[in-house]
Ligand binder design. Structure first.
Ligand code: PHE
Length: 370
């Protein structure tokens, strides 16, 4: 056997015997590495006679190629075996219980808020927002609260420490200041000369948001949510108000007809003022809307007081409109039956798991919202 054949037989055997990738790499370095056997042989070609070179050259090149191919195929075989072994070792036991998965849920208040916004959006209302920290003017004065109205007192309103100018800011007690801000905006100059103001009435907005009152029992929490509505135009009357609220209630409770009644009430910022009740039945602690002999109050409303229009820079002889204010959490309780309002904000995940909504639920047929 020639030297080349001996080398080939030796390398081929060692490649076949290499039990893992590290052993195979050692053989590769010995055979084909910079200082390996085959490059060493190739280097000797230069010192051979032309005839000998013609014979040895192709033989050595063929040897190099064969050994490289043998190394590659052995590598592939070892890698396959490695994978097989890992698969066998790491087999998944499908009979094991899955690890617990914690899923978030949509808070009922946010769900109800979204449902309400979707219904009013479909009726053509735009969204308006305002700050949670308000001043006395927007929360009270502009809304025609007399100077010594009890709602201004400490027991109802959370006041902040007076600022350097002595002004006492407060946490808004209702979303009505957004009414004021929306009407005031109609008087503001356009943001840039080339932008048409477009801020004249008609105004048709709803303002959802957090509100605060110093109050806590089963039906009151210091922080709660309201959605206020405001419509201002030249010929708006109570008929529009009644239709809007009636239509909303039908859609929200997903009923063909709901009997409602308007009770006279008093709010400083509306005249006349009313509260709207829906017909309901309380059975086994559960409130059923749309049947029975009882009434549940769901919204305060009225025609915007001329003084409020004036305070906000609108001429009451030209413009008039209506406003309403819903307690969102309260409405959610009526629709989905949460017994205690305080639990809604206790941040108890068990409560949320029970009453929460899936973020990926099918669209609600009433609202088209998920
Ligand atoms: N702002 C009133 C409240 O918080 C609700 C309301 C809004 C009443 C608009 C009439 C008109 O009680």
């Amino acid at each position: 056997m020639s030297d080349t054949e001996t080398l080939k037989a030796d390398l081929t055997r060692r490649i076949a015997e290499a039990g893992d990738l590290a052993a195979l790499e050692a053989v590769r370095l010995e055979a084909l590495g910079k200082t390996g056997a085959i490059p060493a042989l190739l280097k000797t070609l230069g010192s051979l006679s032309p005839e000998a070179r013609r014979e040895q050259g192709p033989a050595l090149n063929a040897l190099r190629d064969e050994i490289a191919a043998a190394l590659a195929s052995r590598r592939e075989a070892l890698e396959d075996a490695d994978l097989e072994a890992r698969l066998a070792r790491e087999a998944v036991d499908l009979s094991l219980p899955p690890p617990p998965r914690r899923r978030g849920a949509v808070h009922p208040t946010m769900q109800v808020m979204d449902e309400m916004i979707a219904i009013f959006a479909e009726m053509g209302f735009a969204l308006a927002e305002g700050p949670d920290i308000e001043d006395d003017f927007h929360n009270f004065t502009a809304l025609n609260f007399p100077p010594r109205h009890p709602a201004r007192e400490m027991h109802d309103t959370f006041f902040l420490k007076p600022g350097p100018d002595g002004e006492r800011k407060l946490l808004r007690t209702h979303t009505s200041p957004v009414q004021v801000r929306s009407m005031q905006r109609t008087n503001a100059p356009p943001p840039a000369p080339w932008i048409a103001s477009g801020r004249e009435p008609p105004i048709r907005i709803i303002s959802p948001g957090r509100t605060y009152r110093c109050d806590s029992d089963a039906t009151h929490t210091p922080m709660f949510h309201q959605i206020e509505g405001l419509v201002i135009d030249r010929d708006i009357h109570m008929g529009h108000l009644k239709w809007t609220l009636g239509e909303f209630v039908r859609r929200f409770f997903e009923l063909d007809s709901v009997v409602t009644r308007f009770r006279p009430h008093h709010f400083p910022f509306t005249e006349p003022s009313a509260e709207m009740d829906v017909q309901c039945e309380v059975k086994d602690g559960e409130v059923r809307i749309g049947q029975g002999q009882e009434w549940s109050e769901i919204v305060g409303c009225g025609m915007v007081h001329p003084k409020v229009l004036e305070n906000c820079g609108l001429d009451p002889d030209v413009w008039q409109g209506f406003a309403f204010g819903f307690g969102v959490d309260r409405l959610g309780r009526l629709k989905y039956g949460m017994p205690d309002l305080r639990e809604m904000f206790a941040s108890d995940v068990r409560w949320l798991a029970h009453y929460g909504f899936s973020a990926f639920s099918a669209p609600n047929p009433a609202t088209g919202l998920s």
